[in-house]
Design a protein around this ligand. Structure first.
Ligand code: ASP
Ligand code: MG
Length: 474
């Protein structure tokens, strides 16, 4: 009988240095006694940021930037190898591979510095270097432990469109490639170590899935290989009821639904890349979030159903790097297509809108975008509505950066009356002023906008109100 298949992903901090890589490889080696295992790795922590910074320096004409980072990465990966791999031949062959990848990188940096141009395609090729360097090191560490393993570049497996910097995977060809390439290795009992974060277009041009995309790589591969489960090994103990830096009673949630987890990811809880769960929905593959630094803890299991709890609220999250934009005035009822024009403006800027609220008299539309997009959105709206502002049909377009969104998430609050009542009642009791409110008809979250300084009291009050601090949640 075929063994069950686990796809495991190790994030940057879980492969941050030799000690972390050894700890993570031990987790794989233990799992491999019982399961077929395929591994996805991120770059060593911080490497992707450094690669990208150096690329921007090269674009400004800095010829040294590429050399400096290549030297630093060579040292870093060689150092990890020296402590992880004692067999000379094995180590030297990985060192050679590291040098080959760095030589490719150096050419990309040179080209960038020479042309003073950094296309999205080149930036993808540069930012992929971290994963490409890490996979062979991890694989060698695992082989050293006696587990047969090989490093594989995901350009051979994951087929995407050509949207550089945030490419979308194509399920069918990815499935064919992954099964053809990884199937035989898994059959032989080998553990493939696949680069996270990257893919390639059908004609082989490297793409990336977006920052933090290695989680997504793991679920794309998990789905392509019909995995029995996917484990995202990270540096926190799963999905928490709230940010523990703000709410000291925050707990790990034992089980949560895809929808709830996606909602939390979307609303800025940093555990998962927001697209991560998409590939696993059709086959309902469970996804675990676990802590590679504390593998004895069970972490959080993400499943189709989740597990219901009393009251229906599972977790709270807050997004702080956002700004509230409002377009309004008593006259806007008469402005043709004010809603359409507002959001086609944000769409043109590719500014993601995180929350929308509109009062029924239509005299104010407000919405939230990331702070990074706030100023340009404001300016674009003022241009779009210039005429209307002159004629005072629109009397204000304003932006407030000192706010945050708090979202109360839980799939089982659907149809549970009283959740909104309890939420706003407890906030009122704490004296938290609410600036705007939104609840989608899916009823899996209630989100509200508060001033920045009210975030902590709002989280504390709702966390207590719904008994999220335990003792028996989940
Ligand atoms: N290394 C990539 C990044 O830092 C992908 C990942 O870590 O998930 O964005
Ligand atoms: Mg990461």
């Amino acid at each position: 009988m075929n063994k069950k298949l686990q796809v495991m992903k190790f994030g940057g901090t879980s492969v941050g240095d030799a000690v972390c890589i050894r700890r993570s490889a031990t987790i794989v080696a233990n799992a491999a006694k019982q399961f077929s295992v395929a591994v996805v790795v991120s770059a060593m922590s911080g490497v992707t940021n450094r690669l990208i910074d150096a690329a921007h320096n090269a674009k400004r004409g800095d010829r040294q930037a590429g050399r400096a980072i290549a030297d630093a990465l060579r040292r870093q990966h060689f150092e990890a190898l020296a402590s992880l791999v004692t067999a000379d031949a094995a180590r030297v062959s990985v060192e050679r591979r590291v040098d080959e990848i760095l030589a490719e990188g150096s050419r990309l940096y040179e080209g960038t510095a020479l042309l003073r141009e950094l296309t999205p395609r080149t930036l993808d090729a540069i930012s992929s270097l971290g994963e490409r360097l890490c996979a062979p090191v991890f694989s060698a560490a695992l082989s050293q432990m006696g587990v047969a393993s090989s490093a594989i570049e995901a350009t051979e497996l994951i087929v995407t469109d050509a949207f550089h910097g945030g490419a979308d995977p194509q399920a069918d060809p990815t499935r064919q490639n992954s099964q053809a390439r990884l199937g035989p290795l898994l059959q032989q009992g080998q553990v493939p170590i696949v680069t996270g974060f990257i893919g390639a277009t059908p004609d082989g041009v490297l793409t990336t899935l977006g920052r933090g995309g290695s989680d997504y790589s793991a679920t794309i591969l998990g789905a392509a290989l019909d995995a029995d489960e996917i484990i995202i090994w990270t540096d926190v103990e799963g999905v928490l009821t709230a940010d523990p830096r703000l709410v000291s009673e925050a707990r790990t949630i034992p089980e949560i639904s895809y929808r709830e987890a996606a909602e939390l990811a979307y609303f800025g809880a940093k555990v998962l890349h927001p697209k991560t769960l998409r590939p696993v929905l059709p086959a309902a593959i469970p996804v675990w979030i676990r802590n590679s630094f504390a593998p004895e803890k069970l972490g959080t299991k993400i499943t189709a159903q989740g597990r219901s709890i009393g009251g229906g609220v599972k977790a709270l999250t807050a997004i702080r790097d956002v700004a509230l934009i409002s377009v309004g005035g008593p006259g806007i009822v008469g402005v043709p297509d004010v809603v359409g024009r507002t959001f086609s403006t944000t769409a043109q800027l590719r500014a993601e809108v995180l929350l929308i609220s509109q009062s029924s008299s239509q005299n104010d539309i407000c919405f939230i975008v990331a702070k990074a997009h706030a100023q340009e959105t404001l300016e674009a709206l003022r241009r779009e509505f210039a005429q209307d502002l002159t004629h005072q049909v629109v009397d204000h377009i304003t932006m407030d950066p000192n706010i945050a969104i708090v979202a109360v998430v839980g799939e089982n609050m659907r149809g549970t009356p009283g959740v909104a009542g309890r939420t706003f009642h407890c906030l009122g009791r704490e004296g938290v002023n609410i600036i705007a409110i939104a609840q989608g008809s899916s009823e899996t979250n209630i989100s509200f906008v508060v001033s920045d300084e009210s975030v902590k009291p709002a989280l504390l009050a709702t966390h207590r109100e719904f008994g999220l601090g335990g003792p028996t949640i989940g």
